[in-house]
Write a protein that binds this ligand. Structure first.
Ligand code: FES
Length: 160
């Protein structure tokens, strides 16, 4: 994925229209934009301001508050390590360390090719399967160091 990308104004406008340009739907609109680009591109911000009549500061507040939304470019695959209590007890730290080493990035960073971003998240609701990671919307549980690396390798292979 390129760091800079062309945004499709029509798609952004379409999302805004789906919510009748309701400023109260800002969070959902930003989430839908994120679902396309994996982040809210800076080029989308003036469109949101113009069409929804919201302040720029509100857009930044939403992005700061909600971990699923970012104004910074993120990788095609967002790897989220659950650090909730149940996963923590079952070795989430080791999973995070294995991923940092494998991807050669820290938590909150993306790989140079923007294939992966690495994040920590709170309980994703499958505590019995811990330790758990999600990759975009797919959940992988019962992981150890070797199986989590296999999960990542699967995504690498699909990308090549
Ligand atoms: S603590 Fe990880 S899924 Fe609940």
């Amino acid at each position: 994925m390129e760091n800079r990308l062309e945004i499709d104004r029509e798609k952004i406008n379409g999302i805004i229209q789906r919510y009748n340009a309701n400023p109260e739907a800002l969070l959902m609109i930003m989430q839908d934009v994120s679902d396309i680009y994996n982040y809210v591109p800076p080029e989308a911000v003036p469109i949101l301001i113009e069409k929804l009549g919201v302040k720029e500061s509100l857009i930044y507040s939403v992005a700061t508050f909600y971990k699923t939304i970012s104004l910074e470019p993120r990788g095609k695959h967002i790897v989220s390590v659950c650090t909730g209590t149940a996963c923590h007890v079952r070795g989430a730290d080791k999973i995070m360390d294995a991923l940092k080493e494998k991807l050669n990035i820290k938590e909150g960073q993306s790989t140079d090719d923007f294939l992966f971003s690495l994040e920590a998240v709170r309980c994703v609701g499958c505590c019995a399967s811990g330790p758990v990671i999600t990759v975009n919307k797919e959940t992988h549980g019962g992981l150890d160091r070797s199986s989590v690396l296999k999960v990542i390798e699967k995504y690498e292979q699909n990308a090549s």
